[in-house]
Design a binder for this molecule. Sequence first.
Ligand SMILES: [Zn+2]
Length: 257
Amino acid sequence: MIDSHTHVYSEDFAEDLEAMLERARTAGIEQMVLPAVDSSSWERLWALAQRYPDFLYPTAGLHPTSVGEDYLRELAYVEERLDGYPIVALGEIGLDYHWDTSYREQQLEAFATQLRWAHQRGLPVILHIREAFADAFALLRELALPGLRGVFHSFTGTEEELVEALSFEGFYVGINGVVTFKNSDLRDYITRIPLERLLIETDAPYLAPVPKRGRRNEPSYLPYTASYLADCYGIPEERLVEATTANARRLFALPQH
Ligand SMILES: [Zn+2]
């Protein structure tokens, strides 16, 4: 299976990086997509992806929670990495009004700019949208970038927001350990996502699935989410893994080996 969204380059893994990656392989993780956040961690991401070229795939992008005073400099940093680096997506980009809305206008501008860059280059986008779906949908509609593809990663919105997200052709929905949480009602409508538009992810080191909830998350925990989702869909786990693996390969153009 493919962990379509994991921050294994995070400092949280500095102590046991090799062992953690080995556990992932043993658990059946064949490939991983490493979403970028901002310039402060990109060198780590890039260096790690270069060490494991057939296993870890880099992206570049400015995360909405990293949009601040210096966002134009950060955007320039992203732009420099779009050409000449073998990135598989532009991400993670989007809007996040959960922690802070003081840079709302700048978040919208950074999001729009990066969506256009992705479109110009035919790159898929990894979207991080938190408590901001109305603005995100409105912007995507307003920009109307034909053929733009991507994923609504770590989707935790309402059923109505899910239906609207699916109305964007070429977009997948990324589901992680949150679906296994008792206090999440995602499971009630998760199967509205057609199997051919579903991606699975850990978002490690965050959001570890039950039964590892509360611990540091890592890619080797992805099977817990896969098996939970297979139950929701009422299908064998192998079928869910086969479908989501094919989806991730298609979206990020990952080689099969
Ligand atoms: Zn992330």
